[in-house]
Design a protein around this ligand. Structure first.
Ligand code: ADP
Ligand code: MG
Length: 345
């Protein structure tokens, strides 16, 4: 006999949420509905009262442009929770936004993907803010575990599943077997460090000051981890540090490649160190199974090829690297009994 869930019979949503609380982007998935929110992890508050004025895209557009009476920041910037109260405010704001838009009769269960370096105190803070925002039950899962599941790796098998999740603030490298973490390491390098490296390069070479958002744009447009034959160029605008007036410079992909060398080498080192620390039986699995890349940084041109070249292992990029964590977390919530060991305890 088939049992219909109450939500189907009465026509309200099951409304359970999966949340990827990333250093660069927060993504929320609702069962039966899909992705309902995908916004930058930025919050703007009143300096005097800490009242939240905006979060997400609206807050991002204020970054670096606020008067003293307003603080706009990325509270998760470096992977761990840099500013705890602001992270809570942002999370609550996003959940409310999603929650208010739906006719929810039952308080939702929530699963939240958190950085692997999170402390017990920070984990509790995240859980508390989710509860305050209306959660009935809250589960947490570390991001690389969720990413592995979201990318479709068979984490339940007694075999090595290796993920490299390159986000904004961190690169998390993990080896998972039997739904549990065998090795996990978070390095404080990711897309932000790449952006900063471009800013520094342009400053040194051209005496030109550009913002990090301009640098990010350059990275996405012509950044590459291996230089190819065809050459690409972009025009960038900034402030001349000598004359103080606005100036335009043409930047080539060879120059961007050069400026990205340092952060990329840190990512490669993190991958190598995971391989060195893997138990031998799992190492041998990796020869065939290879490495799965996810996170926005996995989209950097040729980075997969470079990692494959440096490690000698096959490397794949997840189908939707920016959504792997939230999709994996959603799957865990759907099959909670099966995936219980994968949750953060
Ligand atoms: P987080 O999980 O930390 O929130 P994401 O997985 O959302 O991070 O990835 C965000 C990072 O990915 C940003 O630094 C962004 O610049 C970078 N990114 C997004 N698309 C690309 C791309 N096509 N090439 C290179 N980097 C990218
Ligand atoms: Mg992430």
């Amino acid at each position: 006999m088939k049992f219909w869930p109450a939500s189907k019979i009465f026509g309200f949503f099951s409304n359970d949420l999966a949340i990827d609380l990333g250093t660069a982007n927060t993504v929320i998935y609702v069962r039966d509905q899909g992705i309902v929110l995908d916004q930058p992890s930025v919050v703007a508050v009143k300096s005097s009262t800490s009242e939240v004025l905006a979060a997400g895209n609206n807050a991002k557009s204020m970054l670096g442009k606020t008067p003293e009476s307003i603080i706009a920041c990325r509270p998760m910037r470096d992977g761990v929770i840099a500013n705890y109260e602001l992270t809570e405010s942002m999370l609550r704001y996003f959940i409310r936004e999603v929650h208010n838009n739906r006719k929810a009769l039952v308080r939702p269960r929530m699963i939240i993907g958190v950085p692997s370096g999170i402390t017990q105190v920070e984990k509790r803070a995240v859980e508390d803010s989710a509860k305050q925002a209306g959660a009935r039950e809250v589960y947490t899962i570390i991001e690389p575990m969720a990413a592995a599941i979201g990318a479709g790796l068979p984490v339940e098998e007694p075999a090595a599943n290796m993920v490299v999740d390159i986000g904004g603030g961190t690169t998390e490298v993990a080896i998972i077997s039997l739904k549990d973490v065998v090795y996990c390491k978070s390095a404080r390098v990711g897309g932000d460090e790449m952006d900063k490296a471009i800013v520094q390069y342009v400053k040194r070479k051209y005496n030109l000051l550009v913002g990090e958002r301009t640098a990010e744009d350059v990275k996405i447009r012509i950044g590459t981890a291996i230089l190819s034959d065809e050459s690409n160029k972009v025009e960038i605008k900034g402030r001349d540090l000598v004359t103080g007036v606005p100036k335009t410079v043409i930047l080539s992909d060879a120059e961007v490649f050069e400026s990205l060398a340092e952060p990329i080498s840190v990512i490669i080192d993190a991958v190598r160190s995971a391989l060195e620390n893997a138990p031998p039986e799992l190492s041998s699995d990796l020869v065939d199974r290879g490495i799965m890349m996810c996170g926005g940084g996995a989209l950097l041109r040729n980075l997969d090829m470079l990692i494959s070249k440096e490690t000698g292992l096959p490397v794949r990029v997840a189908e939707n690297p920016l959504l792997s964590v939230v999709l994996g977390a959603g799957k865990v919530l759907d099959e909670l009994d099966f995936f219980r060991e994968a949750l953060l305890r």
